[in-house]
Design a protein around this ligand. Structure first.
Ligand code: PHE
Length: 343
């Protein structure tokens, strides 16, 4: 009988200890003190014992009952203190949880900066479709039908029935589609527009991504000439890159500007002396030129009265000239270790 009692007490101790809340303890109470409890069953067996053993057995059972009582009280107390410490006390010495704060993507930061600089010169931000008709992307810009940019190999064409007047739809390969659209919107110059949009070309390498951003500037007014264009670029360059950087114009060819230029900025690594990165002291920013009379005509603006200039530069490229990003594809890999360097 003693063995049996010890077994019951051991089991009860384990169960009371692992009880998680008060209702579990109450259930254990019923199990160990109720009518069908193991100790009660033993009590009933006392009558079957040898009379000499009876008193001892009775004593043992009573002792076991008071032990169980203690186990019960202790378990109740434990649960109560556990609950109290969970609700009432805050460990003020515990290290705090770090809140991570996000920031704008480098491209969005550059867009904000570019818009701010040009708005100081009176340019207003416009946005034009990123999927546009061939007319706005090519034809109205004086680009002949067999121009390489109008090839499947260069531009993404949308599979949709063409518009009889405006032609096929394309994912715009440049922001120049905004030029004639802006002339149509404003109708009468002056025009000072900056158009920022995503562009798409079939190209991917260290300095190209199939989706990228351009910012297009268009200024049309009376008596606009190349010095206005050069002054604007110098203003942008010193504000965006820093006072020690200068630009130069290099003759080039675009169908929608005449004359046309490529705009270079002095390399920030060697300061224009020529180094391993720039090879000539200059880095190419993008295209520009005086708006072609045919483009003004397409936008119903009289080329005899008005003239203007336009430029279209890649934002990712412009950023990489300021922050020395070795591969612009990094901008779109969503690697937080790269992106968080530019907060
Ligand atoms: N659209 C040209 C390009 O993507 C850039 C450009 C814009 C050139 C405006 C001249 C004038 O390369």
């Amino acid at each position: 009988m003693e063995k049996r009692i010890r077994k019951i007490l051991n089991e009860a101790a384990k169960e009371f200890e692992s009880a998680g809340d008060e209702s579990e303890i109450d259930q254990l109470y019923v199990k160990y003190f109720g009518k069908k409890s193991p100790l009660n069953k033993l009590t009933k067996k006392i009558s079957t014992l040898d009379p000499a053993l009876k008193p001892k057995a009775g004593q043992n059972i009573n002792k076991a009952k008071s032990t169980l009582e203690k186990l019960f009280d202790r378990a109740k107390r434990n649960v109560k203190t556990k609950k109290a410490s969970a609700t009432k006390y805050i460990d003020v010495t515990a290290p705090g949880k770090k809140i991570t704060i996000g920031h704008l993507h480098l491209v969005s930061q550059a867009i904000e900066e570019i818009v701010t600089i040009f708005s100081k010169l009176g340019y207003s931000l416009q946005s034009y479709p990123e999927i546009d008709w061939d007319w706005y992307a090519f034809e109205s810009l004086n680009m002949p039908k067999d121009h390489p940019a109008r090839d499947d190999w260069e531009t993404f064409f949308v599979k949709a029935p063409p518009n009889p007047k405006l032609g096929n739809q394309v994912l715009t390969p440049h922001t120049s589609n905004g030029q004639v659209r802006e002339m149509e919107n404003v109708k009468k110059p002056p025009i000072r527009m900056i158009n920022i949009a995503r562009c798409y070309r079939r190209q991917i390498d260290i300095s190209h991504t199939p989706m990228f951003h351009q910012f297009e500037g268009l200024l049309i007014d009376k008596n606009i000439s190349i010095p206005n264009l050069k002054g604007t670029f110098d203003y942008f360059t010193t504000n965006f890159f820093g006072k020690n950087r200068v630009t130069r114009l290099r003759p080039h060819h675009f169908r929608f500007t005449e004359p046309s230029f490529e705009v270079d900025v002095t390399c920030d690594v060697c300061g224009g002396k020529s180094c391993r990165i720039c090879k000539s002291g200059w880095l190419e920013l993008g295209g520009a030129g005086m708006v072609h009379p045919k483009v003004l005509e397409a936008g119903k603006i009289d080329p005899k009265k008005y003239s203007g200039f336009a430029f279209g530069w890649g934002i990712e490229r412009t950023i990489s000239m300021k922050t020395k990003i070795p591969d612009i594809r990094l901008l779109y890999q969503n690697d937080i270790r790269f992106l968080e360097q530019f907060s």
